[in-house]
Design a protein around this ligand. Structure first.
Ligand SMILES: Nc1ncnc2c1ncn2[C@@H]1O[C@H](COP(=O)(O)OP(=O)(O)OP(=O)(O)O)[C@@H](O)[C@H]1O
Length: 619
């Protein structure tokens, strides 16, 4: 076949010059303007050997049609000279053989690094036939990612950990740098919380660009390789580099994750003719896992589109078969349709422009096109002031300006273009980082703002689910209002509106929540940040047998002098500690301490959220 291409190279070139090109057809993905998945393709240059052998180029980006690629194939005709067959493919971004990895990084990948830094999940898949430039692209991008993570341009303190694993067929291996460049089998398991665990894989904490690159280089050297007809160092395994970004100041927040995945080379049947049975089985496993990956990417994109389209409950949920291969099991975070983590994905289809590889290149481009899923245009959503999922960017911005406290959070910094649905899907650390861009805004204010938004969302979903809207309207009339407003009180705010003007220290009452500064004589393991406590009663009212959180008896008379007007100056309070959810608190009614009014810093309003059964600080 190769001889056929070389001997007909001249004819092929003149046919390509004269070829009449049909306008590229619309593909489903063209309709989707802003999606969390970008499907791109990169054409590598012809190698020196391919040029020297006289192979012509077969792939041409279409001028004037962004993302369109013409693939010209030379075919034997039943009678007469060979004929040209042209196919046109379309992706979101197309990079020709002159494009550098730096350009690709800036164009399509750079924004995924701050996304993971802010607690999101970012994934790059490089896909293509052996020798098409996957490793070249991924290792170039890894270098640039390492620089971005370590050059200090991203705000905030982070701890960075790397795990490198390799999947060969259905077996998984972890790279053990400390064991002198060796590989050890690992297990991909799902724990009782449904979280994928890589049992046996070693995670390395890294502190510099060179440390990251050393690890990646060591692992690359040890990737399983076997000679094929295509490429002497063909990779026959999926290599997964997982960079976990932990945020020490927010231990309860999910860690950001960056996956850089160099997929095993997909082989065309003609490349396998001379291989052993084992090798053919291995190729079959690779092709199966790539097919499952395609179904997962399509299913997840469709599932995400349904969230934004406010579809009815009868709409069929797309199937995401992530348990069908080891590769997608490892990436459960990315594909789990019931997962709540926000993910951004880039797929890079790598193709070789050589005419001898045209069949494989066409397969790769067909695969890439199949990943471009039609995202239904969001149905007209009717604005509801209490339902953030119905808000446009302008409505969201107006809400932020009115409800973010003082100083108001800049809505341009927090939601430059997001709708209400999109802002709810922002990872908590990213939300906080954006709020902190406004001078004077504190972490507590940012957390409170996010909690407030989520409360509204949870309430609106609850109201929708139970059809409680009608009864809500009834609540707004007549005496029912007064009754329910007392019964439904889920806030620690002072029930007397006139109390607002009185300094809080003059109106300390049971049920009030205060932030306080513990004196050195309270050597307790108390969390950092805001320390809320709920006032229970004056210390003098505590019974004789009351023990405090230190195990000491509460002395009702150990309260120092009463204030002149006879008001108590020390109170028995319950500690309020952070809950499992980020920004959530729980009242530990049994952990009590005597807190003097002089230790109290400010009144804090806690609001109870029945959905999560936690308290949140209100702005
Ligand atoms: N954009 C590019 N510019 C210059 N050289 C490239 C480019 N892309 C790939 N190459 C070269 O092509 C050869 C094959 O690339 P690479 O090893 O990345 O392919 P691969 O798809 O990872 O193959 P395999 O799946 O077999 O590992 C390498 O010598 C690489 O340096």
């Amino acid at each position: 076949m190769e001889e056929f291409f070389i001997s007909n190279a001249e004819r092929y070139r003149s046919l390509v010059k004269k070829a009449t090109l049909e306008p590229p057809r619309q593909t489903p993905g063209d309709a989707a303007a802003s999606r969390d998945i970008i499907v791109s393709a990169r054409i590598r240059p012809l190698s020196a050997e391919e040029s020297a052998a006289g192979f012509p180029e077969a792939l041409f980006p279409r001028r004037g049609a962004a993302g369109a690629l013409d693939a010209h194939e030379l075919r034997r005709a039943v009678r007469g000279p060979p004929v040209l067959r042209t196919s046109t493919y379309r992706v979101d971004r197309l990079y020709d053989s002159e494009s550098t990895t730096e350009t690709i990084y800036e164009d399509v990948f750079q924004h995924l690094v701050p996304w993971a830094w802010g607690g999101g999940i970012s994934t790059l898949f490089a896909y293509g036939q052996t020798g098409s430039g996957k490793t070249f692209t991924v290792s170039g991008l890894e270098k640039l990612v390492a620089q971005s993570l370590m050059d200090g341009s991203l705000e905030g303190e982070r701890r960075i950990y790397i795990t490198i694993i390799e999947l060969v067929g259905n077996s998984s291996f972890g790279m053990h740098k400390d064991l002198l460049n060796s590989r050890k089998p690992i297990s991909v398991l799902e724990d009782s919380f449904g979280v994928t665990q890589l049992a046996g894989a070693v995670e390395h904490q890294v502190h510099s660009t060179s440390e990251i690159l050393n690890l990646i280089d060591t692992a690359t050297e040890f990737r399983r390789t076997e000679a094929t007809e295509k490429n002497d160092t063909s990779s026959r395994s999926h290599a997964i580099c997982r960079i976990r970004i932990a945020i020490p100041s927010m231990p309860s927040a999910d860690d950001g994750i960056l996956y850089l995945i160099d997929l095993a080379g997909s082989e065309a049947a003609r490349d396998r003719v001379a291989h052993s049975a084992d090798r053919i089985r291995e190729s079959r496993d690779i092709n199966t896992s790539l097919s499952v990956l395609k179904d997962c990417i399509r299913g997840k994109t469709e599932a995400d589109a349904l969230i934004g389209a406010s579809s009815s409950s009868s709409t069929k949920k797309p199937h995401v078969p992530f348990r069908q291969s080891a590769l997608t099991k490892v990436l459960k975070h990315v594909f789990d349709p019931v997962g709540t983590r926000a993910c951004k994905t880039v797929v890079m289809a790598c193709v070789n422009p050589c005419l001898a590889d045209i069949a494989a290149s066409r397969n790769t481009m067909r695969f890439a096109e199949m990943l471009r899923v039609f995202v239904p245009a969001a149905r007209e959503v009717v604005y509801e002031p209490d339902a953030p999922m119905t808000w446009t960017n302008e409505q969201l911005r107006a809400w932020i300006e009115r409800h973010s406290g003082s100083p108001p959070v800049s809505s341009a910094a927090l939601a430059p273009h997001e709708t209400g649905t999109q802002i709810l899907r922002l990872p908590p650390p990213e939300f906080e980082l954006r709020c902190l861009k406004t001078p004077g805004v504190t972490c507590e204010q940012a957390i409170a703002l996010r909690s407030k938004l989520w409360h509204m969302h949870v309430d609106s979903q609850h109201a929708r689910a139970t059809g409680a809207k009608a009864s809500r309207q009834a609540e707004s009339t007549g005496e029912l209002l007064g009754f329910l407003s007392i019964m439904d009180r889920s806030s620690s705010a002072d029930p007397k509106p006139e109390a607002k003007g009185v300094p809080f220290k003059e109106r300390v009452r049971p049920g009030m929540v205060v932030s306080w500064t513990p004196p050195p004589c309270y050597p307790l393991d108390l969390p950092g940040g805001v320390k809320p406590a709920m006032v229970l009663c004056p210390a003098a009212a505590a019974g004789d047998h009351t023990l405090d959180a230190r195990g000491q008896q509460v002395d009702p008379h150990d309260g120092g002098p009463e204030t002149e007007d006879g008001k108590p100056s020390r109170f028995l309070c319950a500690l309020v500690n952070p809950g499992v959810l980020h920004g959530a608190y729980e009242v530990q009614i049994w952990r009590q301490l005597v807190i003097g009014v002089d230790m109290m810093d400010a009144e804090v309003t806690l609001e109870y959220d029945p959905a999560t059964r936690y308290y949140y600080i209100a702005v």
